[in-house]
Design a protein around this ligand. Sequence first.
Ligand code: LLP
Length: 440
Amino acid sequence: MTEVWPMGTHRNDVGEIVVGEVSVAELAHSYGTPLYVYDETTLRSAMRGWQDALSSRLPHSRAVYAGKAFLCTAIAEIVAEEGLGLDCVSDGELFVGLNAGVPPHLLSLHGNNKGRNELEMALEAKIGKIIVDNFNEIDLLEELTAEHDEPMTVLLRLNPGVDVHTHRKISTGVADSKFGLPISDGQAERAVAKLVNIPGVRLAGYHAHVGSQLFDTDAHTGAISDMLAFAAKMRVSYGVELEIFSPGGGFGISYLDQDTPLDPAHWIETIASTIEAGCAENGLPLPMVIIEPGRAIAGPAGIAVYTLGARKQLDGIRTYVSVDGGMADNIRPALYDARYTAEIANRDGSGGPHETVTIAGKYCESGDLLIEDIDLPVSHEGDLLAIPAAGAYCLAMASNYNMSLKPAVALVNNGSTRLIRRRESFADLIRLDITRAHQE
Ligand code: LLP
């Protein structure tokens, strides 16, 4: 099957899609649908691919997985086994990482509004670094680090104000952004001036994340050059040595066959040579480089599996085929107009008649459409539909809209299957509710 599917995905003798040498029909039978399936080989090889590309080009470097793309204990354990860091953006993500045994020094904490509790948790756990985003956070850190002996390593998140070629809602390094401090109006420099005077923090360098699902390197190269010029200025003005430098993540993946993402080697070569050139130009020694891929690690490894249900034909308009999931497990089409492809997973209908249909979710919202106008073999109620490239930012943004149950997650690996998250139950839906009986 094509590149949008996990490595080695194929159809077996009876035409079923097989992922990680396990039949999707068998998985659906065992765990029900909607179901998310991650292929461990694809996941691990993406982690290794990024880390190897990086360390072969820049020996002093580390890939950290951006856990916001999809995190659960099993994924965090794999991250730790592969020696990647885990990039967190909340105390919840820190908790999952710590609980799964990710070494604290490999954890980092992002966020444009970190709360007191989140910073306290990071300091208590002695995580590797905090990426400072704003002045309120600097004040909080000054107060909280006073109680700790060892200084906390921090990076300052810069807003380089670069143009980004992606959906507006996933552009983060543009001038009008809630993330980071702008270099252009002097706020970033003011933050440096404050940070160097706080005994409990050690400003080790700078970070920027320019956007997500990027297919070209322009925003990264522009940001890196501006950030390094800024770093050189800060070195002269405040004596801050550039030890760590992070141009974030954002590396795009294929959702559709026609997508043409850059491979890790291309990204890393461009990032590394831009950093080398910028350091040479500004008289800076080469820093440790950290990249933060999220989607490029989790995305290609995961597929979503649904069962087809109701069909509605509107003459001259369209045919809706509904699935048993939708925007509660994948909000991306509704939120970003994200486009996906799909195939019938329980049989190979490719030789038979085809039709153009719209795959609708089951939730009470007209915009709950997963795929508009897709050409598929004529399907029947009960057929399984598999959507590839569903490993990132689907379950991570899942909700219980309409009191739906969040799907189970299975990890497949070369013929074996492990359930890594069970499907929610009705009991889960009310587990936090406080009834009168509780209060009496
Ligand atoms: N580092 C930072 C600081 C970030 O803010 C992000 C993503 C990443 C790394 C990872 O970016 P990635 O490599 O996955 O592109 N929900 C959206 C994506 C939001 C990304 C937010 N930040 C989506 O579904 O497309």
